[in-house]
Design a protein around this ligand. Structure first.
Ligand SMILES: C[S@@+](CC[C@H](N)C(=O)[O-])C[C@H]1O[C@@H](n2cnc3c(N)ncnc32)[C@H](O)[C@@H]1O
Length: 289
């Protein structure tokens, strides 16, 4: 039998062009609202004085890139790049509703041939943890940044510090034996949990002035959206697509109960334990191939 194993890169592209990408498009308003405090940390830091050319990496459905463009005004030239066709299509549709010069590119930020030194700042909210080769990807981003430009991104700290994010899979595990195991450091939600690893990746890819700060943001969603949230998104959302009705009902009941500590009346509230990472594009040339 001829078995073809997909590389991490191919798996990432397939995942975000398939069910995960469609789920994020479907839940776009919910996710944008839930992650608004993190968006604010990126948007508040960009300023027209530093230049209006901003790249949003793994921009998804475009909320953060469009928020930056609104802040910087008519002169800004924001660009979002994402590997997911459904998410970029959604971002482009949102851009068409706004008076904006923001462009969205469908591509892999790891290898995309950006114009050298084209950006005054690079940002990302949870869009840089999925690279097959992170050093290569961050070196590619550094070449796209003008000398001294800042990169500022947000990534998750460890699963242990983010129990909300793993509540669904822990509760659903007895009913869903084919839930994929999380692999530490592998491309995925928690790939940047290890602060030392993030520092090494940035250093090896030519970034300087690296600063990695823990941030704890309070995120909320309406209680009325909680079941939709965990049945649509994350590993449980993906596996539930294949589940029969009985299993689905058991999972919904058990997982909803497991989320009880986070439910406060009509609101679900949790702490997002993240890293806020900043660095500057050094002029020293480091070109890992
Ligand atoms: C967790 S989502 C975050 C989306 C968006 N930044 C937000 O906060 O709503 C991660 C995003 O990274 C994108 N992505 C993953 N690997 C990528 C790559 N190699 N190049 C560009 N985008 C990538 C995914 O398609 C997805 O849209």
């Amino acid at each position: 039998m001829d078995v073809t194993h997909k590389t991490d890169d191919e798996q990432t592209a397939a995942r975000w062009n398939g069910p995960a990408g469609h789920a994020w498009v479907e839940a776009q308003a919910l996710l944008d609202e839930m992650f608004k405090p993190l968006e604010d940390l990126l948007v508040e830091a960009v300023s027209a004085e530093h230049g209006g050319r901003v790249l949003d990496v793994g921009c998804g459905t475009g909320g953060t890139a469009l928020a930056v463009a609104r802040r910087l005004g008519a002169e800004s030239r924001c660009v979002g790049i994402d590997i997911s066709a459904p998410m970029i299509t959604a971002a482009q549709a949102r851009a068409e509703l706004e008076d904006t010069q923001t462009r969205f590119i469908l591509g892999n930020a790891q290898d995309h041939a950006f114009e050298p030194a084209a950006f005054d700042a690079i940002i990302s909210r949870f869009g840089v943890m999925f690279f097959d080769d992170s050093v290569r990807a961050f070196a590619n981003l550094r070449r796209a940044a003008r000398a001294d430009a800042e990169i500022r991104f947000i990534a998750w700290r460890s699963p242990a510090e983010n129990p909300f994010m793993t509540t669904a899979e822990r509760a659903a595990a007895p009913f869903l034996p084919n839930l994929p195991a999380r692999r530490p450091d592998a491309p995925g939600q928690f790939a940047f949990a290890d602060q030392g690893r993030v520092h090494r990746i940035l250093e090896e890819s030519g970034w300087a002035g690296i600063d990695i700060q823990p941030i704890d943001a309070t995120c909320t969603l309406p209680e009325s959206e909680l079941v939709r949230y965990f049945t649509l998104l994350g590993p449980v959302g993906l596996v539930l697509r294949e589940a029969d009705e009985r299993t689905r009902a058991q999972v919904v009941e058990t997982v909803r109960a497991a989320f009880a500590p986070y439910v406060h009346g009509a609101e679900v509230r949790y702490t997002a334990a993240c890293w806020l990472v900043t660095a500057r594009a050094s002029s020293t040339s480091v070109t890992p191939e």
